[in-house]
Design a protein around this ligand. Structure first.
Ligand code: PHE
Length: 463
């Protein structure tokens, strides 16, 4: 007897509206990358000049890859692995292209394993800030708090576990009940929090300086590297190269216009990255502190700055709440390629699959937890810790390779008519222009980033 189709199959699920897809994809895109990385690299690489370069990269590389992923997802209407298999068949290409789907599953898994740990830090800092732990504290005290936190595996595991349970609970409930409900609440709250923080930072006394750091046109600070950094950032921040957008694309209604939808998503992501910079830097400058990036900026400089300000406990807690929301809407998207595949392949219950996946991912994340304490001396190739290795392999190898091959496939392997029809392109000139940008410029741009980041490590291996 044939098994009845499982109602949680990708092919039968849809976002309730085009807007929900926009919010879900923006939720995936807006993450730790926007808040702790973008503002800093913009300020350091030429301010307004870098912002312009970044916009060019978003337009020439990010948008074409995202359009390719979403259109392939919508055409395949299944998990990235099955979508690739189906599309390869339709185009009479080798089914081995499904390896792209597998790479995405692996990348999502690896990224989520450490994303949950770092998101856990943000959650812990909601309490720490809100309870006044940094009130008037010295730089040493704030640094010591962070060091002591990282040195405690039990604490880190506690927050990582909590974050993972929440993520798995949301995704296990399915697209409509789980993902959409979370997104309907979290995204508007994220916007509101950001606005509140912007108003606060506007009144901090450092707004002019913060604004100048991010937007003054400092062309002299722009180097060839700035282009590569902008391209790499455009790529990671839009969650490209691992099938997330393909998996989300599988649920996009047929009548949604892909071009305008993707431009809206990329626009929202960029707007939030810029707003994050304007919310953060003025507070840092107002307190005469040095700008840093990554964990240092987020977990030391910022708590220190908030600790010196009136109402700093409240707004510090709100900032970490914002970071936690941004992280959870990205985390849920990281599970979708693997989850959708297992549900389809084994006709399994989504909830069960989610729990199993969550447990394995959680266990892998313990390696990241220990990289900050008991395993901090254990290093792999290039002197990288377990966490750095997982981060490097997923972000610098799997994502760029995946992104390059996905656009290559979309433009050169799929039947030409199919892409034009999915994009609603009816003029031959437009079709050619699209193939030039998405089929040549975007993959070459990613290739440049890929080589520039992997070359130092690879060449080190030869010696
Ligand atoms: N875009 C997310 C960020 O900026 C990270 C991410 C990458 C999420 C790939 C999903 C897939 O933090």
């Amino acid at each position: 007897m044939a098994t009845p189709p499982n109602s949680s199959h990708a092919s039968s699920q849809r976002w309730s509206s085009r807007w929900l897809f926009v919010l879900a994809a923006a939720g995936s895109a807006v993450g730790l990358g926007n808040i702790w990385k973008f503002p800093y690299i913009a300020g350091e690489n030429g301010g307004g000049a870098f912002v312009l370069i970044y916009l060019v990269c978003i337009a020439a590389v990010g948008i074409p890859i995202m359009v390719s992923e979403v259109l392939m997802g919508r055409k395949g209407r299944s998990s990235p692995i099955h979508t690739m298999r189906k599309l390869a068949k339709v185009s009479s290409r080798s089914e081995r292209w499904s390896i792209l789907g597998w790479m995405g599953v692996l990348a999502g898994f690896l990224i989520l394993s450490y994303y949950a740990v770092i998101a856990g830090w943000a959650v812990s800092y909601i309490w720490a800030s809100g309870s006044g732990a940094f009130d008037g504290a010295s730089a040493q005290a704030v640094g010591a708090h962070f060091d002591a936190f990282l040195a405690s595996p039990i604490e880190l595991i506690g927050y990582q576990t909590g974050f993972m349970i929440l993520t798995i609970w949301i995704v296990g409930r399915g697209v409509t009940k789980g993902l959409e409900t979370a997104i309907r609440w979290l995204m508007p709250l994220l916007f509101l929090l950001l606005i509140a923080l912007l108003v606060y930072s506007f009144n901090s006394g450092g707004f002019g300086q913060g604004f100048a750091f991010m937007f003054d046109m400092k062309w002299e600070a722009v180097t060839a590297d700035s282009w590569l950094i902008a391209m790499g950032q455009a790529f990671f921040t839009l969650s490209l190269g691992m099938g997330t957008m393909m998996a989300y694309g599988a649920y996009v209604p047929d009548d949604a216009n892909l071009g305008t939808t993707v431009v809206t998503i990329a626009g929202l992501d960029t707007l939030i990255a810029l707003a994050a910079g304007l919310a953060i830097f003025p507070i840092v400058f107002a307190n005469g502190l040095e700008i840093a990036q990554g964990p240092g900026l987020t977990f030391v400089t910022l708590p220190l700055a908030f600790g010196q300000m009136p109402l700093g406990d409240l707004f510090g807690a709100l900032f970490f709440l914002l970071l936690s929301f941004a992280a959870i809407t990205s985390a849920i998207s990281l599970t979708e390629p693997a989850l959708a595949y297992l549900v389809e392949e084994y006709n399994a219950k989504r909830q069960r699959v989610a729990i199993s996946l969550g447990i394995i991912c959680w266990a892998l994340g313990l390696g990241t937890v220990f990289s900050f304490n008991i395993w901090s001396d254990i290093t792999f190739v290039g002197g990288l810790t377990f966490f750095d290795t997982v981060d490097y392999f997923s972000q610098n190898i799997l994502l760029p390779l995946g992104g390059m091959l996905i656009t290559f496939f979309a433009i050169w392997m799929l039947p030409k008519g199919l892409v034009d029809q999915q994009l609603g392109i009816d003029s031959p000139k437009l079709s050619l222009g699209w193939r030039l940008v998405a089929g040549i410029i975007a993959p070459l741009g990613v290739l440049a980033v890929f080589l520039s980041t992997t070359w130092p490590l690879l060449s080190g291996l030869w010696q």
